[in-house]
Design a protein. Structure first.
Length: 202
């Protein structure tokens, strides 16, 4: 079977690095949006991580004519009724930085004792004909009062994973991929990857 190109529908370098490691060893060439001419911006107007992941994957696969993997991930905080949720990347505004989003979250949780939260992700893999499959994962944690660690991205410096006694931003990629929401979703995807390669080739 010839090597198949798969496009990761993101320009987030941290996310690309994680996904490349998760797909290492498979007979695929991993490309990113940076490898192509710009395509129109995807309107992610879904009400759930799954809807957004499917929208992004199908739109990009049709635009590029190649199989695409897209994910929608976010932080779900119990006491904030599930916020930031699908707005995680733009919690502090449309062009917000990770630091600004983290700051807004800390303000919202100022003085709050219940800091239970979870990262959730849905990974969608789509073909140019509009067919798509999805895989979900989640991991429970606690939001700290102050950021800790300088690895990772997004809310990683605030997300404390009790079994490892460290935040996601203090973990190596290998540690994080073993237990993370994205790692879990990709384990489900890679568990079926032989079937997926046949599906993509057909």
């Amino acid at each position: 079977m010839k090597m198949i190109s798969i496009v990761i529908a993101t320009k987030n370098k941290g996310k690309v690095e994680e996904i490349r490691e998760l797909l290492h060893g498979y007979d695929v060439e991993v490309k990113t949006l940076d490898d192509f001419d710009p395509i129109p911006e995807v309107i992610e107007n879904g009400k759930s991580f799954e809807e957004n992941a499917r929208i992004k994957a199908i739109f990009t696969a049709k635009a590029l004519g190649l199989p695409v993997i897209a994910d929608d991930s976010g932080l779900v905080v119990d006491v904030l009724n599930g916020a930031p949720g699908v707005y995680s990347a733009r919690y502090a505004g449309d062009k917000a930085t990770d630091a600004e989003n983290n700051l807004r979250l800390l303000k919202e949780l100022n003085g709050v004792k219940n800091r239970n939260a979870r990262f959730e992700t849905v990974v969608a893999i789509a073909l140019p004909n509009g067919e798509a499959k999805t895989y979900a994962g989640k991991v429970e944690g606690v939001i700290l009062d102050t950021p800790d660690g300088n690895m990772g991205f997004g809310y990683d410096p605030l997300f404390y994973y009790t079994p490892f006694s460290k935040t996601f931003a203090q973990m190596t990629n290998e540690e994080k991929n073993r237990i993370s929401h994205r790692g879990m979703a990709f384990k489900k995807l890679t568990g079926e990857f032989d079937k997926i390669l046949i599906w993509m080739a057909s």
